[in-house]
Design a protein around this ligand. Sequence first.
Ligand SMILES: O=C(CO)[C@H](O)[C@H](O)COP(=O)(O)O
Ligand SMILES: [Fe+2]
Length: 219
Amino acid sequence: MPARINPSILAADFVNMERDLGKIASADLVHVDVMDNHFVPNLTFGPQMVGRIQDVSAIPLDVHLMITDPERWAPGYAELGAYSVTFHAEAATDPVGLARRLRSMGARAGIALKPGTPADDYLDLLEEFDQVLVMTVEPGFGGQSFMPETMPKLRQLRSAATARGLDLWLQVDGGITEETIVTAARAGADTFVAGSSVFRADDPARQISLLRETADLHF
Ligand SMILES: O=C(CO)[C@H](O)[C@H](O)COP(=O)(O)O
Ligand SMILES: [Fe+2]
């Protein structure tokens, strides 16, 4: 299975979103960062905007919720047709119940871990999720540097998934470039979010291919 490359539209031009979505049509999924200015100190957009992105995007949506009270808000993103809905472990009060609800609505369910959040509490629950998002920066902003100290957690998750024969996608998000993607692929990631490195490239489609080929060489 080739590496999945999910460009983050946090690095797109928000007033030219449809144009910028056109630049990433060769990607696997479009990564949509929802921030509420409570869980993280930044604010992006909510269901109305994500619904319009869903309407005009040629590729499915990978929604990353950086919000408090995901039990209240996450199902709305499944409802509007998002392919995957990922909420933060640190914000959820009933992660398994929420994942089951998202799956019952037809979405893939993801759980995200901030750099300082260990995976240990979730290792016995991996069957309940379709993907685990290992944050490789502190959530809140694009354009930050990749944190290699998160790689032992990724290796731990990959070993647990392999040992149990799970088809669990392991996603990394933050500071992914053609250099850092090598480290993340070697540690077991198969799904890569890249904002700045795709949208700041002269040719985003070429950058998507380069990232995919580089990850495939090292997985
Ligand atoms: O979730 C995020 C930030 O919280 C973004 O998805 C992430 O930062 C992508 O941006 P970049 O590739 O520029 O680091
Ligand atoms: Fe993200």
